[in-house]
Design a protein around this ligand. Structure first.
Ligand code: ARG
Length: 574
């Protein structure tokens, strides 16, 4: 593929290399893609050169443009606008490039080996056993899943870990509750519902009676020490919960390479303590072992071992870092959780530096945090005020999608199947449509609006490309279209967006931000609407119809590849 950005950066570099030492890579980073085609396909801003060259950006742009040696193979013309030099790519070259890439890539358009040899571990979803799978876990599952697929598409070797919350004092509590009142609850019918009830009830009792709380803590200690009764109960709770979680994963199509949860690290704790002791930083405080992180600029110390000898959430994460470094030899280890855990990961990443592992690993640790999901009030059932049942939420999305589909297309076949794709796709896209750190408001009407910035809008646009293509004769395999017929601004806009697909995926991995792909798909869908409004397809002269149909097909393919990378499924009709 011709790298237009690089070619432009080379033109600029040629001009300034005598005067400054700015690298080609850096110059490439300066280059912008103007929103408006009137400003060219690429723009080079001269603002950052102003300091070095001691001239105004506008003057620099003018001077550079005057003497610029044009890369005539790809550049049609350049123009100066204020502090920018605007570059216009030869239309024919852009069109040919995109088509050629597509002919080669087909349903794998944009795929790459860029990440070959690089290993990524992504820790996502991670619900807590015996507690409801809540909407925050949904967000983690969706964001993590999208990143997983995108890294993989770019050739990285990726391992998805579901670091289940299957350990900790809450299990001591559940065990205590179950031992006291087990027969009163029917775990087989509604395991998580029933376990939650037990959990709430024992918590109440703990508040009233310090001795009960102590018994719960002791139970967890017993569990860590291998007590048979405790282990058997823990195993049962875990298995029942996993069955429930699996229902959600089935709907979302989520898969994990490892299900090693917190409990998996129970026997790997002593090593963490030994290593931290060696670092000389582990200190005793009221019977517990802690690490003071004041020097690292973190005010809250990290508790490594509780006074009764049990491990903590942080210790288990430290053991997991050791394990993952050894087992997966990762270049990056990502943790997808809500921003509520910012402090936790700051502490853990700081303490990880004291474990004596290679810097490569501690540098690769990254918290991919996201904002809260603000729940709507009203019909959607809320439990304990904050958590809702995800299965119910997904089912409601499907039901609502079905109603809309009934109205829009009463004769559609497979309504059930389409409603599932649209409803679930709407929820997934909503989780990914804004920058992840933003809080998100869950509003049914917005999420399912076929004309809004939504998953259904992307699906709807895809379906439109399909129905247009049905109206023209099928394009023969290997057809060569007349590329000069795609020089109007709408076609060029589409081609330019399609050209930028792989670059978009790369940006997603650089920032661990799937919304960059969601926004891209919205831009593509919108550009297609304008294209279709201005350009007739069916009924045009044969070669023009062919060229436009060809482009329509490309748009549909890219929408599909992109949406599937996000985790959505595409209906062929809706
Ligand atoms: N189970 C945790 C929670 O629900 C999330 C775990 C995230 N991963 C990790 N390695 N700490 O809050």
């Amino acid at each position: 593929m011709i790298k237009f950005k690089e070619r432009i950066a080379q033109m600029v570099e040629e001009q300034i290399k005598e005067i400054t030492q700015i690298s080609l890579l850096e110059l490439m980073e300066y280059i912008e893609v103007p929103k408006n085609l009137a400003n060219g396909d690429y723009a080079f801003p001269c603002f950052r050169l102003a300091k070095v060259l001691k001239k105004s950006p506008a003057q620099i742009a003018q001077d550079l443009a005057n003497t610029m040696k044009m890369d005539e193979e790809v550049i049609e013309k350049i123009e100066v606008a204020g502090g920018y030099i605007n570059f216009f790519i030869k239309k024919e070259i852009l069109t040919k490039e995109v088509i050629q890439e597509f002919v080669q890539g087909k349903e794998n358009y944009g795929k790459s080996e860029l990440g070959k040899g690089k290993k990524i571990v992504i820790d996502y979803s991670a619900p807590n056993i015996a507690k409801p799978f809540h909407i925050g876990h949904l967000r983690s599952t969706v964001i993590g899943g999208a990143l997983y697929r995108i890294y993989q598409y770019l050739g990285y070797q990726i391992t998805g870990v579901n670091h289940l919350g299957d350990y900790g004092t809450q299990f001591g509590k559940l065990i205590e509750g179950y031992l006291r009142w087990g027969e009163e609850y029917n775990l087989d019918q509604d395991p998580i519902g029933e376990l939650t009830k037990i959990y709430i009830r024992i918590n109440e009792l703990c508040k009233q009676d310090e001795n009960v709380l102590q018994a719960c803590r002791d139970n967890f200690k017993k569990l860590e020490d291998g007590d048979e009764t405790c282990i058997a109960l823990w195993e049962r709770f875990r298995a029942l919960s996993l069955q429930e979680f699996q229902k959600v994963y089935d709907v979302l199509g989520s898969k994990f390479d490892s299900w090693n949860g917190e409990a998996f690290y129970s026997d790997k704790m002593p090593e963490v303590i030994t290593l931290l002791e060696k670092s000389g930083r582990l200190i005793e405080s009221q019977g517990a072992k802690i690490i003071d992180l004041e020097t690292e600029g973190i005010n809250t110390p990290c508790i490594i071992q509780k006074s009764n000898g049990s491990s903590t959430y942080a210790t288990r994460d430290l053991a997991a870092i050791l394990y993952r470094a050894r087992t997966y030899d990762f270049d990056k280890a990502l943790y997808v959780t809500s921003y509520e855990q910012v402090l936790h990961f700051k502490q853990v990443f700081a303490v990880a530096k004291l474990l004596g592992i290679d810097e490569k690993y501690t540098k690769g640790l990254e918290h991919v945090s996201f904002g809260m999901v603000l729940l709507p009030t009203g019909k959607m059932s809320t439990r304990e005020g904050t958590s809702i049942r995800l299965e119910e939420l997904l089912q409601e999305a499907v039901n609502r999608a079905k109603i809309i589909i009934e109205q829009k297309n009463p004769n559609l076949e497979n309504k059930e199947e389409v409603a599932k794709k649209v409803g679930v796709g709407a929820v997934i896209f909503n989780d990914l449509s804004n920058s992840r750190i933003k809080d998100e408001i869950f509003d049914w009407d917005q999420i399912l609006n076929f004309q809004g910035e939504t998953g259904p809008y992307i699906q709807y646009t895809y379906v439109r490309t399909k129905s247009i293509l049905e109206k023209v004769e099928p394009l023969p395999e290997g057809i060569e279209i007349d590329v000069t017929l795609l020089e109007d601004e709408h076609s060029q806009m589409l081609l330019k967006i399609i050209y930028g697909f792989q670059d978009t995926l790369i940006q997603v991995t650089e920032k661990n931000e799937p919304s960059i792909l969601s926004r891209y798909l919205l831009d593509l869908a919108k550009a297609f609407s304008s294209f279709y409004q201005e350009n007739r397809i069916v009924g045009e002269k044969q070669n023009l119809q062919e060229a436009r149909a060809y482009l329509t097909n490309l748009v549909g393919q890219v929408l599909k590849i992109g949406a599937e990378l996000l985790g959505m499924e595409m209906p062929e009709k809706m």
